[in-house]
Design a protein around this ligand. Structure first.
Ligand SMILES: Cc1cc2nc3c(=O)[nH]c(=O)nc-3n(C[C@H](O)[C@H](O)[C@H](O)COP(=O)(O)OP(=O)(O)OC[C@H]3O[C@@H](n4cnc5c(N)ncnc54)[C@H](O)[C@@H]3O)c2cc1C
Length: 453
C-alpha cells in the first residue's frame, strides 16, 4: 500500500479477528480491533476457574495444524508448544475400551470382525481421497451405509453423530466425515495412539500474543468495545462502525461474527446478506470439573449409545496439571442449539444430569473428588453446513463497498477449528490488502480455497 495507510476495523477479537488484525497491520493498514468482551479470545479464551487460569473450552493442536504451529513459531511461543500421545476410549453402555492403535483395533469389541474390516477400509479410503467435490451432495447417512454397512453405522456412527449434532444430522453431506477423518490422520502416527499438542498457558495465550504483536506494529486493540452497528452511507457503502453510540469512520470494516451476532450489526438494508449463510447453528454447554483424581486413562471418550452429553474430555492428559496445582480438569460438553433447554437449565440440575452420565462411563468417579465445577455456555459455536454448501458459500466480499464478512461460518469443507480459522484470516487479509490497494475484483468473492484439510 502507498500513501496514507488505509483504516480497517476488525470486529471480534477471537482467533480469527486477532490474526486478521495482525496480518492487515503487517501489510500496511492502520487496524483497530474491536472486542466486546473484557478480554480477547472468544471461544478460545482463558478463564479464571477458582484461582486457576484454564481454557474456557478444551483446545488442542494436532500435528497437521500447520498454520497454528507456524503462528506459534512466528510469535516465539514454539518452545511452549508440546505434543504428547493420548488415549481415546469408546463407551458402549457397559464398559469403556481403548482404541489406541492397530492392536486395540484388532480386538475392538464394539464391532464384529466384519464390521472392523469395513470400518478400517472406510477410514483408509477417506484418507486416500484427495478430491472432496464428489461428496458435496451425497447424504452422509447414505454414504456411511454404503461404505461401512449397517452394523458400523448403528453401533458407532449414528450414536456419535446424534450426540455431536443434537440428534439431527440428516442435512449433512459426506464431506463432514471425510474432513474429520483427514484431520485426525496426522494425529495418529504409524497406526499408533493419537498425538495432541497444547500451548503452555492455554490457547488464549496465542491470541493475546497475536494481538500484542499487532499492537507493537501500531494496531489499536480495544476490549470492552462492543460494536452496536455498521454505519452505512447514503450510497449504500459501509463507512464505519458505531461503538458506545459514536460513529467511527473506517475505509474498510471486516466483521468476524457468525450470523446470529452479525444480524445485530447489519443495517436493515443489508439483512439480506444473511440469506447466503446456513440456517442452523450449534452452541455448546460445557461442565468443567476440577478433580482430585483422573477419571479415565483417555483424553476423550466416544459415547456409542444415547447420552445427555457429547463426550468427556480430560484435558490434563495433554495440558498437564502444573498450572492447576496437581488437580485434574475434565470437560463435559453438550453440543446443542441455542434454543435447547441446556441453555437455561439450572446449573445444579445440569451438574447432576451430566455427572450421572460421567459416573456410568468412569465408574471411579466420586462427587467427593470434585474440588470445584463451573458451567460455560456459548450459544453460537458452529454452523451446520447442509449439502451443496460449496456452491453457495457466503461471500467474504458481499458486493457492498467498505464491507468484508469473514467468519467461522464460511469455513468449508475443512472442519472448523483454530487452524482453519487462521487460514481464513490469512486469505482474507491478503484479499483485503489487494482491495485496499484498489485492484480488487468487483464481484462477490467466496472465502476459502478447497483442498484437503
Ligand atoms: C467446545 C469447543 C472445543 C473446541 N476445541 C478446539 C480444539 O481442540 N482445537 C481447535 O483448533 N479448535 C477448537 N475449537 C474451535 C475454536 O475454538 C474456534 O474455531 C475458534 O475459536 C473460532 O474463533 P473465531 O474468532 O472465529 O470466533 P469466536 O471465538 O467466537 O470470536 C468472536 C469474537 O467476537 C466477539 N464479539 C461478538 N459480538 C461482538 C460485537 N458486537 N462487537 C465486538 N466483538 C464482538 C466475541 O466476544 C468473540 O470474542 C473448539 C470450540 C469449542 C466450542
Amino acid at each position: 500500500m502507498t500513501g496514507e495507510p488505509r483504516t480497517v476495523a476488525v470486529v471480534g477479537g477471537g482467533i480469527l479477528g486477532s490474526v486478521l488484525a495482525l496480518r492487515l497491520q503487517q501489510a500496511g493498514a492502520r487496524v483497530t480491533l474491536l472486542e466486546r468482551a473484557p478480554s480477547l479470545g472468544g471461544l478460545a479464551a482463558t478463564i479464571d476457574f477458582d484461582g486457576h487460569q484454564v481454557d474456557r473450552f478444551y483446545h488442542v493442536i494436532v500435528p497437521s495444524d500447520d498454520r497454528m504451529i507456524a503462528l506459534t513459531e512466528e510469535l516465539g511461543l514454539d518452545d511452549d508448544l508440546s505434543f504428547s500421545p493420548v488415549g481415546v476410549g469408546f463407551f458402549d453402555g457397559e464398559r469403556t475400551v481403548p482404541l489406541d492403535g492397530l492392536s486395540d483395533f484388532a480386538r475392538f469389541p464394539l464391532l464384529t470382525p466384519a464390521g472392523r474390516a469395513r470400518l478400517a477400509w472406510f477410514v483408509a479410503s477417506c484418507q486416500l481421497r484427495r478430491d472432496w467435490s464428489g461428496l458435496e451432495n451425497v447424504p452422509l447417512e447414505d454414504w456411511l451405509l454404503r461404505h461401512c454397512g449397517r452394523e458400523v453405522v448403528e453401533r458407532i456412527w449414528r450414536p456419535l453423530l446424534d450426540s455431536r449434532f443434537d440428534g439431527n444430522w440428516s442435512e449433512l453431506p459426506a464431506t463432514y466425515l471425510w474432513a474429520r477423518t483427514n484431520r485426525m490422520r496426522s494425529a495418529r502416527r504409524n497406526g499408533g495412539a493419537e498425538t495432541m499438542g497444547c500451548l503452555r498457558g492455554g490457547h488464549g495465550r496465542l491470541i493475546e500474543a497475536t494481538a500484542r504483536r499487532a499492537a507493537e506494529l501500531g494496531a489499536e486493540i480495544r476490549v470492552g468495545a462492543g460494536v452496536e452497528g455498521l454505519v452505512q452511507g447514503a450510497d449504500g457503502a459501509v463507512t464505519g462502525v458505531r461503538v458506545d453510540g459514536v460513529d467511527e469512520p473506517y475505509d474498510l470494516v471486516v466483521a468476524t461474527l457468525q450470523p446470529p451476532g452479525l444480524q445485530r450489526l447489519l443495517p436493515e438494508g443489508l439483512q439480506g446478506l444473511l440469506d447466503a449463510y446456513p440456517q442452523r447453528y450449534l452452541g455448546v454447554v460445557c461442565l468443567i470439573l476440577k478433580l482430585r483424581e483422573s477419571l479415565l486413562p483417555y483424553y476423550s471418550v466416544n459415547i456409542c449409545q444415547p447420552t445427555p452429553i457429547t463426550t468427556i474430555v480430560e484435558t490434563s492428559h495433554v495440558v498437564g496439571t502444573e498450572h492447576t496445582d496437581g488437580l485434574r480438569l475434565a470437560y463435559v460438553p453438550k453440543y446443542c442449539e441455542a434454543s435447547a433447554p441446556e441453555f437455561t437449565e439450572d446449573d445444579e440440575l445440569l451438574y447432576g444430569r451430566f455427572t450421572d452420565m460421567v459416573a456410568r462411563i468412569a465408574p471411579g468417579f466420586r462427587h467427593e473428588d470434585v474440588v470445584s465445577w463451573t458451567v460455560q455456555r456459548a450459544p453460537t459455536v458452529e454452523p451446520v453446513h447442509p449439502r451443496g454448501t460449496a456452491q453457495r458459500l457466503a461471500p467474504v466480499w458481499p458486493g457492498v463497498p467498505g464491507l468484508g464478512l469473514a467468519s467461522a461460518a464460511q469455513v468449508y469443507p475443512r472442519l472448523l477449528n483454530g487452524d482453519s480459522v487462521v487460514r481464513l484470516a490469512e486469505e482474507v487479509a491478503a484479499q483485503a490488502t489487494e482491495r485496499l490497494a484498489g485492484d480488487a475484483p468487483a464481484a462477490p468473492v467466496a472465502a476459502l480455497s478447497g483442498g484437503a484439510p
